[in-house]
Design a protein around this ligand. Structure first.
Ligand SMILES: [Zn+2]
Length: 128
């Protein structure tokens, strides 16, 4: 089964870069890295996510939605326990006022989501 990935505006936060994975059988999966909105045929829409999270270990990783504050605690303690491993990226997003931010747990810094994505693009260019 093949799939086509494209960017669509997020139905939840209007971010232009939400990821849409469309499969040849008609199934569609949507995930927004900014607000954590997700849609899948199995689970439907995730309503009112608190944000998204991402953890990359040696290039392989996981992303997901955050639906409760406890999750952030467990993400942090997971990171504490995994100090020996080479974690490339570990961050989560949150909204304050009208602005989305990224808390980068590796660098332990917080920056606006837009700037974080711009930085990521620069790093990807340099690593090519
Ligand atoms: Zn969104």
């Amino acid at each position: 089964m093949s799939s086509v990935m494209s960017n669509i505006p997020c139905p939840n936060c209007k971010y232009e870069g939400a990821i849409c994975d469309a499969y040849s059988n008609g199934d569609e999966y949507v995930f927004c890295e900014r607000c954590g909105f997700s849609y899948s045929p199995e689970e439907g829409e995730m309503k009112n996510p608190l944000g998204s999270w991402c953890c990359l270990i040696k290039g392989a990783g996981q992303v997901g939605s955050i639906d409760n504050k406890e999750f952030i605690k467990s993400l942090k303690s997971h990171l504490e326990g995994d100090k020996e491993k080479e974690i490339d990226e570990c961050w989560f997003t949150f909204k304050k006022g009208k602005q989305w931010y990224v808390h980068d747990l590796i660098a332990d810094r917080i920056m606006p989501f837009g700037r974080f994505k711009a930085l990521q693009r620069v790093v990807q260019e340099l690593e090519r």
